[in-house]
Design a protein around this ligand. Structure first.
Ligand SMILES: [Fe+2]
Ligand SMILES: [Fe+2]
Length: 454
């Protein structure tokens, strides 16, 4: 089972400088950094995954749904911690943009602290520098993170309520959703609880797959996978590029060969990125953004035309026709929608896409792929830097509530991208196209999470 380990990273001068580089929006610097990181990744170590499968899921009507209010899971309402605390808060930090606050809080944070301001800033600092799903307690001046399995179990004591069993599974990196017991539910059984939860994986060379899991969570907190099955599969893969709203799913026949299929899919994403950047330019102009951002977006659209041509050539080199990109146009959207798309498709996916492209340029054994990816990586680095520049213009114009929402959406999108990167691409793609294998992709993403995205 693959669990995200929480880690705490202090802000070193080098890290502060790196963040400054990104926030200064210096495209050449970002490109150089991503190129060096890609080069280093060729020797990066691995992350193991393992699995088993069967299909013995209890029917939905035998399960209790998680306790939810207005679509938000209230996990802490029904817990019995080993000892009482002034407050218990639940946080998720996927690394891409720090969480703006807890998902929920039981009690009052820093209620009995001698210095409530210091206590509040300790909570903020710890929550922003700890990754994964975790709980945090405050008692007087004592603020503690409960992020590892052992820390969580020490906090909860015996797993003796349904919510505690759900929290145990959530903390291990699985998704608990509301209102659908086929995706998230719990029932008491002899010796503990059975829990159903989901997880998304795939992408970056494979279809995106949602699997549901059945776990036994014993009273002592031991968690055992009893069953796993695929419940959703989306034929929309590829980690690179900016996808516009309105991009339609693939309906054309998908090439069989994994290398041809990857380039055919990339050609589709590059074509859709042309629409995406024209949309960005139109919406930025409509919202009064500076001319240089509008112009840079038009230039980026022209870059994407070249990328589409390059990916089409490579798809044909591997016997595949490019998949068509059908995009339904939309009118100018409110600023928040523009900011959200830019944060996810630009700051997150284009930054990672640029890094992956740099790596491909170094690692592809097909010289034509290496040459195409060298040019694309430089362009994508500029696009990534442009996204950060657009974010710097848009985000101060949002309301506090919108910025908080954006931060949650970013964290979710990072989790999704990380889950996509967990599936191993075909070995031929790793060889011929230089695609990072799963362990390298995860290492690269986690590195970005701790540096640029932090
Ligand atoms: Fe591109
Ligand atoms: Fe791009």
């Amino acid at each position: 089972m693959n669990r995200r380990r929480p880690l705490v990273r202090p802000v070193t001068p080098a890290l502060a400088r790196l963040r400054e580089i990104v926030r200064e929006n210096v495209p050449a610097h970002l490109g150089t950094y991503l190129r060096h990181l890609a080069q280093a990744s060729i020797v990066v170590g691995g992350v193991a995954t393992a699995g088993c499968s069967s299909s013995h899921f209890p029917p939905g009507e035998e399960l209790l749904a998680p306790q939810c209010v207005s679509g938000q899971w209230h996990a802490l309402d029904d817990i019995q911690p080993a000892t009482p605390h002034d407050s218990i808060a639940r946080f998720a930090n996927a690394g891409f943009a720090p969480p703006s606050g807890p998902l929920e809080v039981l009690g009052t944070e820093c209620d009995t602290a001698s210095d409530p301001t210091t206590c509040a800033s300790t909570i903020q600092e710890l929550s922003q520098n700890t990754y994964g799903n975790f709980l945090m307690t405050s008692d007087g001046d004592d603020v503690r993170i409960h992020a590892t399995e052992a820390e969580l179990l020490a906090l909860l004591g015996p797993i003796d309520t349904a919510s505690e069993a759900l929290i145990r599974v959530w903390q291990a990196g699985y998704v608990i959703t509301c209102d659908d017991t086929s995706r998230a539910g719990v029932r008491e059984v002899v010796g503990g609880f059975e829990v159903i939860a989901t997880r998304t994986s795939g992408g970056c060379g494979s279809p995106v797959v949602v699997e549901r899991y059945l776990f036994m969570v014993a009273t002592d907190g031991t968690m055992t996978e009893l069953a796993r099955e695929e419940i959703e599969r989306m034929e929309d893969w590829g980690c690179e590029g900016r996808r516009p709203e309105g991009l339609q799913p693939v309906t054309a026949a998908v090439p069989v060969d994994p290398v041809g299929r990857w380039f055919a899919s990339m050609a589709r994403l590059e074509a859709s990125a042309v629409d995406a950047f024209h949309g960005v330019a139109d919406e930025l102009r409509a919202h009064g953004a500076p001319d240089h951002l509008v112009e840079a977006s038009r230039v980026a659209a022209d870059d994407e035309v070249r990328h589409h041509a390059a990916m089409t050539r490579l798809a044909r080199r591997y016997g595949a026709e490019p998949l068509p990109a059908e995009v339904v146009p939309h009118p100018v959207r409110p600023l928040y929608a523009v900011a959200l798309e830019n944060a996810i498709e630009g700051c997150l996916r284009e930054t990672y896409g640029a890094l992956a492209a740099h790596r491909q340029a170094f690692a592809a054994t097909d010289p034509e792929v290496a040459s195409a990816m060298t040019a694309i990586a430089e362009d994508e680095s500029r696009h990534a830097a442009l996204s950060w520049e657009i974010a710097a213009w848009i985000e101060p114009r949002l309301t506090d509530a919108e910025r908080a929402e954006l931060s949650i959406a970013r964290a979710r999108a990072f989790s999704e991208l990380r889950a996509e990167a967990e599936t191993e691409p075909s070995p031929r793609l790793v060889d011929v196209a230089g695609l990072p294998d799963a362990s390298t992709a995860l290492a690269l993403l986690d590195h970005l999470a701790a540096t640029i995205f932090a």
